[in-house]
Design a protein around this ligand. Structure first.
Ligand code: FE2
Length: 278
């Protein structure tokens, strides 16, 4: 017998971008393009103060700001080839030497500290997340005693599939992406305004739930709203703050094809017609 339920998705079907502000877009480009292997989005021009970097079907949105955003956790990024990525990280090290940038490889991946202290983990392509490159996971460190309420929030408010194991809650997104919330005894930094964008199938149900509790912070347009606080549905207690840009699948950018580079293309050994990758 087949487990038909194993094919079901929860209501959150795509984690599409993470938005992290930076004080220097030249350094940011060196990091996202050369260190991590992303591709500047060539089609939508935001002017000189915002760049989108493509990674598979996901993006990092990187606006210029006075102070950098530092996500209170880490970002899991699937890369096509760990050896290739390690070589690229070595090659760009000198250019980023005056920043917080560093990296360390282990048996399973490469931990990368970004120029302003954001933590990334480069992971090999994985059938579980069904992507050859892209944004697989965002992990947040959260206060002690909060993960059960966080799981209830994503289940009840957003219709997601969320599982709690000990001090960790995993929220399933689409075909294998996830948000992870891990309780920590360490002091947590104040929230600085970074955000993530998700697409949901049922758009009005979560909106109703959030609006009834006064949690909507922006009615962006007909296809998008935002909320900041993850609250316990039982007690109403605010548990963790991170802005969610919530989009419907009727949003014009849903499913937009993103340009990705074939990172193997060089002048020596150049293969005509093979510049693009998925
Ligand atoms: Fe955004």
């Amino acid at each position: 017998m087949f487990d038909r339920a194993a094919e079901d998705l929860g209501n959150v079907i795509l984690l599409e971008h993470v938005n992290l502000r930076v004080p220097d877009l030249e350094i940011a480009s060196a990091f996202y393009v050369h260190a991590l292997g992303g591709t500047r989005d060539p089609f939508i021009d935001h002017g000189p103060d915002l760049v989108w970097f493509n990674f598979g079907f996901q993006q990092f949105h990187v606006p210029r700001a006075v102070k950098p955003d530092v996500l209170r956790g880490s970002i899991g990024l699937v890369v096509p080839d760990l050896d290739e990525r390690e070589a690229a990280l070595v090659a760009i090290s000198g250019h980023l030497a005056s920043t917080a940038f560093r990296f360390e490889r282990d048996d399973m991946g490469i931990d990368v500290l970004g120029p302003w202290g954001n933590r990334f983990r480069c992971l090999p392509a994985d059938r579980e997340v069904q992507m050859g490159r892209g944004l697989a996971m965002v992990e947040f460190a959260v206060p002690l005693g909060s993960v059960a309420g966080i799981a209830r929030f994503y289940t009840e408010a957003l219709g997601a599939v969320a599982v709690t194991t000990g001090p960790t809650c995993v929220v399933a997104i689409g075909h294998g992406q996830r948000l992870r919330f891990v309780e920590t005894t360490e002091p947590l930094a104040d929230y600085d305004g970074h955000h993530l964008a998700i697409y949901v199938q049922d758009f009005s149900g979560p909106h109703r739930w959030l609006a009834e509790r006064g949690l909507i912070v922006e009615e962006s347009d007909e296809h998008q709203y935002r909320f900041n606080w993850i609250t316990d549905p039982v007690s109403g207690e605010p548990l963790f703050e991170v802005e969610h840009e919530v989009r419907s699948t009727r949003h014009p950018l849903y499913g937009r094809p993103l340009v990705n580079r074939n990172l193997a293309q060089r002048i020596p050994g150049y293969v005509p017609g093979a510049d693009a990758a998925t």
